[in-house]
Write a protein that binds this ligand. Structure first.
Ligand code: T4K
Length: 365
């Protein structure tokens, strides 16, 4: 059955401020000629993000992957890093890229985040850190993870790529851990085209992260540390400044659309939604878990036939990838990864399209 759909509908589409607002910042760049190297717009974005999130230090960087990379370097990590297999490839790849070993721990069956109760059994004398992901913005068990980390003297880096604009216990979720690494990629709820940030409450670590993203230079351009080039450009910062003004609006709008999906699909006995706490979620994705892989594949086929392109975030479970040389079986993650599907969700996705998508999903089930 193909229901009339003209333009392709993708899983994501960037949230963009009105062009004229971006242009105002671009005009300033054209005037000054300052395009990069931690210029005034990057500094302004860091200040505005700090205020928006109510956190101590925001260090804007080139992308979410380099935010994790810098955190690993700044904390001098080596050996084994405990992480989740249910995430985007970037999380485990950057651990391995930094010559550390990702050690996968299975996930909770309802939140799909790392199962904190299974972390301790994977800690060895070589473990230096825990790197959980707040997947689709649902907070991990941050208190439990903090207490394990304290007990064993481990560092904690949160891959908070999805977790912009989420609060837990009245404070930004990004305050937890030694560093939170956020992504501002084009497909994220808040975007700077490519971009990301390290968030930390630790001033010494913040200074190190700033140096390391800039070849190891200090403010006087003395070379005082190791480093790489992970700077955000002024053009990205300009887009961020324009987009930040709309972030609350974008979040509210996505929440409405998410809830419409939930209302339309909630009665289906073959699906479940991620478990989340209403006020601790940013509704930037609409992940649906089907009972089995066969239904997921049939739904994808039928949506594709209607020019609708959902995505299997995150399939496969990363422990199954040969590149990580891990021969363990993680049944919960493998099962979730096999049957998960993220449906389209973005600002100008029309309600009638959501209703169509839900009808197709219901018809297959
Ligand atoms: N940790 C986690 C948990 C992450 O999810 C990610 C990234 C990272 C770390 C790393 O952060 P970054 O280094 O990327 O900042 C997309 C994004 O590229 C990636 O950032 C994101 N997670 C991941 C979940 O989704 P793909 O491979 O699905 O991208 P792509 O190009 O297939 O885009 C998906 C859809 O979005 C397209 O069908 C159309 C739409 N789109 C895409 C782009 C690039 C647009 O409308 N405009 C665009 O410019 O990874």
């Amino acid at each position: 059955m193909v229901i009339g759909v003209k333009k392709p509908v993708y899983v994501a589409k960037p949230s963009l401020a009105p062009l004229r607002e971006f242009n105002k910042y671009l005009a300033a760049i054209w005037e000054s000629g300052v395009m990069t190297n931690n210029g005034p717009l990057v500094q302004q974005l860091e200040t505005e993000l700090k205020e928006y999130l109510n956190v101590e230090h925001v260090i804007c960087v080139a992308n979410g992957t380099s935010a994790i990379q810098l955190a690993i370097q700044a904390l001098n990590l080596e050996g084994e890093i405990i992480t989740t297999p249910f995430t985007f490839i970037a999380t485990a790849n950057i651990i391995s890229w930094e010559r550390c070993t990702p050690v996968f721990v299975d996930i909770e069956p309802d939140t799909w985040n790392i199962d904190a109760d299974k972390i301790e059994e994977k800690i060895t004398k070589n473990t230096t850190a825990i790197l959980p992901v707040h997947v689709f913005s649902a907070p991990c068990q941050v208190e439990k993870i903090e207490s394990i980390a304290k007990q064993y003297g481990l560092k904690v880096i949160y891959d908070a790529a999805h977790a912009m604009a989420v609060e837990k216990n009245g404070k930004s979720l990004l305050e937890f851990g030694d560093v939170s690494a956020v992504s501002f990629h084009a497909t994220k709820i808040f975007n700077t085209c490519e971009g990301g940030a390290c968030i930390t409450q630790n001033p010494v670590l913040a200074e190190r992260l700033k140096r390391m993203r800039f070849f190891g230079f200090n403010e006087n351009k003395d070379i005082v540390d190791r480093g790489l080039n992970a700077k955000m450009t002024e053009i990205s910062a300009a887009l961020g400044l324009a987009n930040l003004k709309y972030l609350n609006q974008v979040r509210e709008n996505r929440k409405r659309k998410y809830l419409l999906y939930q209302k339309e699909l909630g009665q289906l006995s073959t699906i479940s939604f991620q478990k989340y706490i209403f006020d601790e979620y940013n509704f930037s994705y609409i992940p649906i878990l089907f009972d089995n892989k066969e239904i997921t594949v049939s739904v994808i086929k039928m949506l594709n036939a209607n020019q609708i392109f959902p995505r299997r975030y995150f399939n496969p479970s990363l422990n199954l990838l040969k590149i990580f040389d891990s021969d363990i079986c993680l049944p919960v993650s493998e099962k979730v990864a096999e049957s998960i599907l993220c449906l389209p969700l973005y600002d100008d996705l029309e309600e009638k399209m959501i209703l169509k998508i839900c009808k197709i999903v219901r018809d297959v089930n």
